[in-house]
Design a protein around this ligand. Structure first.
Ligand code: CA
Length: 222
């Protein structure tokens, strides 16, 4: 079986060395980065199974690294924070960290969380499917029965959110907040417009009914 790969982003060499030894002992392949900007580049170029991300880093802090990474990639991230950095913890989870650990941490606990977050992360298994519809959040591609679907960034984000919440009816307001963000000033009509775009590209093209309207409630994929 191929080793799972972990990027360790940590500028304290004592900690990164320790993590590397422990993780290699558990049969993970490790890459170490001590600089935020460099880590972001490496994380964008390479598909890791998981990233351990310290917050206080030279050149670009961990929160900023995560924010920029999440614009294109969904690699699982565990944030490392110092005991008193509560704000970072909350911000980190808000912008898409999968988990966090407070330093100093018990290595057994970190290993358990790494196992949890890498369980589904064999790259192919990252595909989300609903019938013949397949969405890969890492590669940001979607296909139907193997035929690629050409989507804009927003269309993809909307489809991804619905796929991540399959079988759950999502209101227009929630979609607006989650996909467009709280800083978007506009009406929920924009959601209907983008649902129409998606239907044109998926439902109409492949003669299926994937995206369902639930009157008065919102939309659901099932
Ligand atoms: Ca640090």
């Amino acid at each position: 079986m191929e080793k799972k790969s972990i990027l360790i982003v940590e500028d304290e060499s004592q900690i990164s060395r320790f993590l590397q030894l422990e993780l290699e002992h558990e049969n993970y392949a490790c890459t170490i980065c001590a600089d935020g900007r460099e880590a972001l580049n490496v994380a964008l170029e390479t598909d890791f199974d998981l990233i351990i991300l310290d917050v206080m880093l030279p050149s670009l802090n961990g929160i900023e690294v995560l924010r920029r990474l999440r614009q294109t990639k969904q690699t699982p991230v565990i944030i490392l924070t110092a005991r008193d950095q509560v704000v970072d913890k909350v911000t980190g989870l808000d912008i898409g960290a999968n988990d966090y650990m407070t330093k100093p941490f018990a290595i057994e606990e970190l290993l358990a969380r790494i196992r949890l977050h890498t369980k589904n992360s064999v790259h192919a298994a990252n595909n989300m499917t609903c019938g013949e519809l397949s969405v890969n959040p890492d590669a940001r591609v979607a296909s139907y029965a193997g035929h690629p679907i050409d989507l804009t960034k927003k269309e993809f984000d909307l489809l991804l959110y619905l796929m991540q919440h399959r079988n759950v009816v999502i209101s227009r307001e929630t979609l607006l907040d989650e996909v467009w963000g709280f800083d978007f000033y506009g009406s929920t009509n924009v959601v209907d417009v983008y649902i129409r775009y998606l239907r044109a590209k998926i439902d109409n093209t492949f003669k299926v009914e994937i995206i369902e309207t639930v009157r008065g409630s919102g939309y659901v994929i099932r």
